[in-house]
Ligand binder design. Sequence first.
Ligand SMILES: [Zn+2]
Length: 338
Amino acid sequence: MPLVTSKELLQQAQKEGYAIGAFNANNMECVKAVIEAAEEERAPVILQVSQGAIRYAGLKMATAMVNAAAEEASVPVVLHLDHGTSFLQNVQCIHAGFTSLMYDGSAEPLEKNIETSAKITEIAHAVGLPVEAELGNIPKIEDYLSTEEANELRGRSPAEQVDALRAKAGPQVEALMADPGQAQEFVSRTGIDSLAAAVGSIHGMWDDIWPLRRDRIEALQKATGLPLVCHGSSGVIRTRAEAKAKGIELKPNECTLEEAVKIGLCKINVATIISITFLRGAREAWDERPMEKDLRKILLPGLKAAKELVRSYMRLFGSSGKVTGPARVDASEVKHAE
Ligand SMILES: [Zn+2]
């Protein structure tokens, strides 16, 4: 089916208390992994193109990949710009055929962020497209750890990793969170459709161990009434049971990804952990067959591993089973035939 906008998907998700997974269109295999999982789960899905993907594949190629996949799909697919850097880039993406936009002005002074977000929203709304904008600052793990420090930390137990991160990054991550009063003003002065608010997550984490701030999500939801978007979700602990199994203790004002969906997260971006899972799948295949000459035979196990993780996130978010129409006829095994 043709691409749909994120507005209709997110409004429905907000009404019914589930979230739409937003996954990255980094290459053809990632696009196929996400679409196949969405097909099989009967889940609406967002494929997003990041700044890295635009540099890697080019805007034209990335757009064409998602368009082709959506056309063949029997579930609603959105083509979303992730962390759009400027007014210009957002306009270019409208022209390219995106059905959902993002402007990230979080590094700008507040007034400049409001001004550019409002300008993009006015133009996007004129052609029926919704806009996500960012408030507060969602940091990345590289802001706190060097590569050596991160590698050393990854070797420790999940509970030790969380303790070390709380000491190293905790106060600053808290200080960067979006302020509910400011969010209310931001939303009313920009007219945006969804809000990427900093609620305690960190971009680029290698494992799901880190909690979100329940109190801040609740306050932002109350202040804005908008669908909230969670960035940096790869690092967020998924459920209470998984926290317990990993020996991670949550504080009273913290929550898991599963709980955060129930209190207002409607779009959840998961990138890093899907990428790591893809690479692990491919590496295992190559370890098993080091003399393999056909790259497809190494990439396909990566695709399948990524697809299973995407599927598990769709189930966690409650978006599985939300599409009622008939599934596409061809099975993935047929599509994978060589
Ligand atoms: Zn992000």
